[in-house]
Design a protein around this ligand. Structure first.
Ligand code: PLP
Length: 386
């Protein structure tokens, strides 16, 4: 064969890769068949691989791990948390049907429900987190989905997931939970009766701030509808990102333990500080959902929100004086982050919506990373004092 042909065909594939202890990254966008019969068996028996937007071995390996961690029959990965959310909604809800959603939602999800879905004939019925247990079939009339998020951002309120699932099912609706802040290490919504769990994998699942990803897990039936819609919308995860996500998930258990240890130390050090008005961490006995979190979750998580004296100026002062906490959006990575929700995640919301979301001008939100808790506490005390 000509030198050019040899170059072009030189894929260097090794058939027997042995048993690698880290998953191989299969970057191929397309897969070759040996015969038309093999093509037929792909289509009829679902065996093999055709095209990476439809399915890819590296992405599949990470999906299998997530399904196992969630106790789900199936899981699917997406190119972002919002791709996971939008694909889930567009798979399960038709034009003319409604969504019921809690007001305390991640802003991107609220924006999708409020600004985009009405164009497709899907309207949302909004309710407050404290109303969930009392939702009746009449209140959920016409709703195909009940969408909740727990813990919430930034107040870290906890939704009673068993009550949410029961309310949804009594109305013939499906219960979907955004469990990004908890991860399956702390909360398993499917075991509590919910139908689908959604994550921004960009956060704790990836865990290192170097991958943008989304994930959905649930029953085989629901997931096959969601995976079919993913093919059409195209928001599948790239194999490199899937490799990073899987690598992150392999250390999820120990990272979540460490995040929580740090959050506990930080929350306790902030509680009672003369310049701190309030600390919100579900592990504190005075948190409004402490008992529910204790029953429903295997831990209280690594996010801490607190309110300082002096309103917006007080928050800005502490924010700017912190040295170990990077001033950045997002959460769930190795390094600790700080943000002022009223001026970052909830920026531009009218005062009544800020109040409903429990956001005050003097509030700071911390994503406690994997640094030494003593160093983080020292940084906070330094920033608050003097
Ligand atoms: N859900 C929650 C709770 C989030 O905090 C975020 C992002 O901040 C998302 C969903 C969206 O995820 P992504 O940014 O990966 O699209």
């Amino acid at each position: 064969m000509d030198f050019r042909t040899r170059c072009a065909r030189g894929t260097g594939v090794v058939d027997d890769v042995g048993h690698p202890l880290a998953p191989p990254i299969v970057t191929a966008s397309t897969f070759a068949f040996s015969s038309q019969q093999e093509v037929e068996s792909y289509y009829t028996g679902g065996r093999g691989w055709l095209y990476s937007r439809y399915g890819n071995p590296t992405v599949r390996a990470a999906e299998r791990l997530l399904a196992e961690l969630e106790g789900a029959q199936e899981a699917a990965l997406f190119s972002s948390g919002m791709a996971a959310t939008s694909t889930t909604v567009l798979s399960l809800v038709r034009s003319g049907e409604r969504i019921a959603a809690q007001r305390e939602l991640y802003g991107g999800t609220a924006g999708l429900f409020r600004d985009v879905l009405p164009r497709l004939g899907i309207e949302t019925t909004w309710f407050a987190l404290d109303e969930i247990a009392g939702l009746t079939p009449e209140g959920l009339e016409g709703c195909r989905l009940l969408w909740v998020e727990s813990p919430t951002n930034p107040a870290l309120r906890i939704v009673d997931l068993d009550a949410a699932a029961r309310a949804a099912h009594a109305a013939g609706a499906l219960a979907v939970v955004d469990g990004t802040f908890a991860t399956p290490a702390l909360q398993r919504p499917l075991a509590l009766g919910c139908d689908v769990v959604v994550h921004s994998g960009t956060k704790y699942l990836g865990g290192h701030g170097d991958v943008t990803a989304g994930a959905v897990a649930g029953s085989r039936d629901l997931m096959s509808a969601i995976m079919a819609t993913r093919r059409s919308l195209g928001g599948t995860l790239d194999p490199f990102a899937a490799f990073l996500l899987q690598r992150g998930m392999r250390t999820l258990a120990v990272r979540m333990e460490s995040h929580e240890r740090g959050a506990s130390a930080v929350a306790r050090a902030l509680s009672g500080h003369p310049r701190v008005r309030r600390v919100l961490w579900p592990g504190l006995a005075d948190h409004p959902d402490h008992a529910l979190a204790g029953r429903q979750m295997a831990g209280f998580g690594g996010m801490v929100t607190f309110e300082v004296e002096g309103g917006a100026a007080g928050a800005e002062r502490v924010h700017d004086r912190l040295r170990l906490f990077a001033k950045a959006a997002s959460l769930g990575g190795v390094e600790s982050l700080v943000s002022i929700p009223a001026r970052m995640s909830h920026r531009g919301l009218p005062p009544e919506e800020l109040e409903r979301a429990g956001v005050t001008p003097g509030m700071l939100r911390l994503s406690v990373g994997l640094e030494s808790p003593e160093d983080l506490v020292a940084d906070l005390l330094e920033a608050l004092g003097g």
